[in-house]
Design a protein around this ligand. Sequence first.
Ligand SMILES: Cc1cc2nc3c(=O)[nH]c(=O)nc-3n(C[C@H](O)[C@H](O)[C@H](O)COP(=O)(O)OP(=O)(O)OC[C@H]3O[C@@H](n4cnc5c(N)ncnc54)[C@H](O)[C@@H]3O)c2cc1C
Length: 528
Amino acid sequence: MNARYDIAVVGSGFAGTLLAMIAHRLGHSVVLIEKGTHPRVVIGESSTPLANLLFEELCVRYDLPNLKPLAKWGSWQRAHPEIACGPKRGFTFHHHVLGGAPSIDPERRDQLLVAASPHDEIADMHWYRADFDHFLVREAQHLGVDYFDRVALREFEEEENGIRLRGERDSGGVEFRAQFVVDATGPRGFLHRALNLGENPLPNYPATQSLYSHFSGVGRLEKTEFSRIDGEPPFPIDDAAVHHVFDGGWIWVLRFNNGMTSAGVAATDKFAAKLGISEGATAWQRLLEGIPALRAQFANARAERPFTHMPRLAFRSSAIVGKRWALLPSAAGFVDPLLSTGFPLTLLGVTRIAEIVESAWGAEHFGARLEDYARQTDRELLATARLIGALYANMNRFDVFVELTQLYFAAASFAESARRLLKPQLAPSFLLCTDPQFDRACEEICARARQRLSDAEAIALITRIHEAIEPINVAGLGNAERRNWYPIEADDILNAAAKLHSSRDEVQTLLKRCGFVCEPAPDPAAMA
Ligand SMILES: Cc1cc2nc3c(=O)[nH]c(=O)nc-3n(C[C@H](O)[C@H](O)[C@H](O)COP(=O)(O)OP(=O)(O)OC[C@H]3O[C@@H](n4cnc5c(N)ncnc54)[C@H](O)[C@@H]3O)c2cc1C
C-alpha cells in the first residue's frame, strides 16, 4: 500500500468510523483500519440523551444526513428499521438482597426510575452494535473513506514527516503511511500495546470484573413480581437500561427489537471470586438463582453467544496523546457500564478531536490543543471513576446509592439542556468536572460515601448531595415526594430556566423544537 494519508483511524467501532467520516468531510484523506470484519458483535450498547445529542450535533455540523435519524428512536424506526436497536426510555434500578424472597417495597425504597425522555418518538436506544457499526462503516466507504478490514497491525513507527503502520493482511505484509493516527481500538488497544503505554491506577476505585452474553427468549421484568408495582411508572420498566443492584455488583439487561437481549454482570473481585465468575454460564445461572425476578425473566432464555469473562473492567492509559497520535476516550480509559457513561465520554472525545482537526491542523498550536484534549479526557475519566467507585461502595446501602446517582442525573440533564439551548459553555465537561464548585462537592461527597456510614451520617450526606445539585438541578431530582420515580416534566425545566441562564420563553421554544410535546401523527386520510 503506497498511498499516504493525512489521517489513519485504527478501529472501526462507531467512534472510529464516525471520526473517519468527519475527517473526510473536513477535506482530509483518511484510511480506516480494522482487525476484524463487519458485522461483528461488540458490547457497549446503551445510549443516553447526552450521547444522542452529541451524535446529532456531529451529524449536523459535519453534514452526515444519513446518520442523523439514528439519534432518536422515532426517526430511526422510520429511516432504518433494518438496523436493530432497543427503546430506552430511561434508567431502571432495582435493589436486591441475594437469596431473599421475592418482594417489592410499596414505598419504592428498593427501586429508582429516572426517565430520559417523555415519550417514544424522541427516546434513546440500545444500539445493536453488529448492525449499527456495520451501517456506519458502509456509510464511511460510501463517502470515500478507504477501509481495510482483517488487518493485523504490529508496528507503529514515527518518522520526521509522518508515521508508518505495519502489519499483515491475508498473510501478506501491509504498510499504511499517515500524518496522524487516531486510535479507536478500545481499552488496551493497538497503540497501548505498540507503544507500551502502560496503565495508571484509578484512585480509590475497586477492582472489578464482568461476565456477559446476548440472549434470546428473555421475558419482561414487568411480568414478574414487578407486575405488582402500585401506580403507573414513568415509562415501561423494561424499555430502559435495567440495573439490578446487590451487595458487590450489579446486572444489566438491555432489550433489542430483534428478539435479542444483552445481559451481564459487573462485580467486585471479591464478589466475582465468591460467584466463581470465570466459570461463565454456570456462574450466571447461580447468580440468577439468587434473584427471583431475574430467575423468572430468564426462565426460557438461551445464551446465543459464548459468555465473555472480562477479568479486569476498568482501565486508564498512562498517556493519551503524542506528537502524531491520539487515543479516543474509549481507548484512553474505561470505568464501568453503570450509568452508560462510555458513549457520551467517547462522543465528547470525537467532538473535541474533530474540532482540533478542523481548526488547528498544521498549525503550531496543534500539539498544545492535543495536550488540552488529553488533560480533559483523563479528568473526565477520573470524575466518572470517582462517582462509580462511590456507587460500588453503596450497593448494599440503596438509599445512599439512589442519591449518589442524582449527581450523575443532575449533571447530565443540565449539560443536555444547556447544549440544546445552544449554551454549551455552561457545561463544557462531563459530570461538570471542570466546574470548581460542583467538582469540590463531588470530591467531598464521594469521599464520605466510600466510608461506612451510620444512619445519621447517611442522612447528612443525602442532604449534602441535594445542596450540591441544587444549582444545576433542572429535572426535579432529589424530590422526596416523587418516591424514586422521576418522570420528565416540562415544569421542572421551565422552573429552572434561570439556572440555564435562559428565560422561560427560551425554554418553552426549546421544548417545542426538540419534540418534547408529541405532535399527533398526520392523518393519512386527510393528507390524501
Ligand atoms: C461490558 C461493557 C459494557 C458497556 N456498556 C456500555 C453501555 O451500555 N453504554 C455506554 O455508553 N458504554 C458502554 N460501554 C463502553 C462502550 O463499550 C464504549 O464506550 C464504546 O464501545 C466505544 O466505542 P468505540 O467505537 O470507540 O470502540 P469499540 O466499540 O471498542 O470498537 C473498537 C474497534 O476496534 C477494533 N480493533 C481492536 N483492536 C484493533 C487493532 N489492533 N487493529 C485494528 N482494529 C482493532 C475492534 O475490532 C472494534 O471494531 C461498555 C463497555 C463494556 C466493557
